[in-house]
Design a protein around this ligand. Structure first.
Ligand SMILES: *Cc1c(COP(=O)(O)O)cnc(C)c1O
Length: 303
């Protein structure tokens, strides 16, 4: 993709309490406002492969506020692919105008097909993909969340020589492609810690096929109730963090990860003098949709 990744800044996060570690953040969110962070990394080699196969249409899957759907729509527009998004939840068909992610996808030329949650669970079956081919013709399939081996290859590039200096690399985890790539890209002296944004212990097993070393661990304590779930405390944390550092965090992934890292620092989890690098994987497009939801419930919103 002709999107620039050579000069992604690493910033130090100054902690407002006594700590004998240092925390830094790699601003992958700055790669692109919509094809941001890890979604760019995951698409890079998939788009190259689609080109190689002479495919002109990308088809993928996602939920109502999916960063991946927004990224595929934007990347498709930039690179002149047709894009099709298979969206979980039939009821959303009438809510496109009030859903900033779906509206963005449509504005970037993505064709949306809404299916029931039941059908969505069958989305990787041969039969279902056959029906989609009958409906849309030939397409290049990108899995939900964008994770496949080409995505892992792209995410390995998050770690370059500039990152050699750090002892611990932290990232948020959804489907696990990003942490698998970082685990591959990491230097021998580095440890990788993943913060799942969802509940459940199945992730460990999903990540394993993509990794060859055991330099990584998952810390499951910071999902805040599950995927897409937030609390007032998390929102307050995101707002305070932005006030103090001028770094925006998203509520689904990077907010939970940073909350977790800072909590672990306070609890003395890291060795003294540890240099910790958090990867800001982006996701900022999701803030608007989350705020609309919070507003409807009369809850605190993200500033
Ligand atoms: C999709 C996403 C993740 C999760 O990446 P996986 O490779 O699915 O684990 C993390 N952070 C942000 C901002 C994302 O959009």
């Amino acid at each position: 993709m002709q999107i620039e990744t050579a000069h992604i800044p690493i910033q130090e996060v100054l902690l407002n309490f006594d700590a004998d570690v240092r925390l830094f953040i790699k601003r992958e969110d700055m790669i692109h406002p919509f094809v941001s962070g890890n979604k760019f990394r995951k698409l890079k080699y998939n788009l190259a492969e689609a080109n190689k196969q002479n495919q002109r249409t990308l088809l993928t899957f996602g939920g109502a506020f999916s960063n991946h759907i927004a990224a595929v729509a934007a990347a498709g527009k930039i690179h002149k692919f047709q894009t099709i998004g298979i969206i979980r939840g039939e009821e959303l068909i009438s809510k496109v105008e009030t859903n900033p992610t779906l509206q963005f996808a449509v504005d970037n030329g993505m064709q949306l097909k809404f299916i029931t949650r039941e059908n969505y669970r069958k989305k990787t079956s041969k039969e279902f993909l056959g029906q989609l081919t009958a409906e849309f013709g030939r397409f290049y399939t990108i899995p939900e969340g964008g994770t496949n081996s080409l995505a892992v290859k792209g995410c390995a590039e998050i770690i370059t020589e500039t990152e050699k200096d750090f002892d611990t690399i932290c990232c948020a985890v959804g489907t696990g492609g990003t942490i698998a790539g970082i685990s591959k890209g990491a230097y021998a002296h580095q440890k990788v810690i993943g913060f799942p944004a969802l509940k459940g212990d199945f992730l460990q097993e999903e990540i394993k096929p993509y990794v060859s070393t055991d330099n990584w661990t998952l810390i499951n304590a910071y999902h805040f109730g599950g995927y897409g779930k937030v609390t007032d405390e998390l929102i307050q944390f995101i707002n305070t963090f932005k006030n103090q550092t001028e770094i925006p965090l998203d509520p689904i992934y990077t907010g939970k990860m940073l909350y977790g890292i800072i909590d672990l620092i306070k609890k003395g989890h890291f060795a003294k003098q540890n240099r910790i690098l958090a990867i800001h994987t982006g996701g900022l497009q999701g803030i608007e949709g989350m705020n609309r939801k919070l507003q409807r419930k009369g809850q605190k919103t993200i500033l």
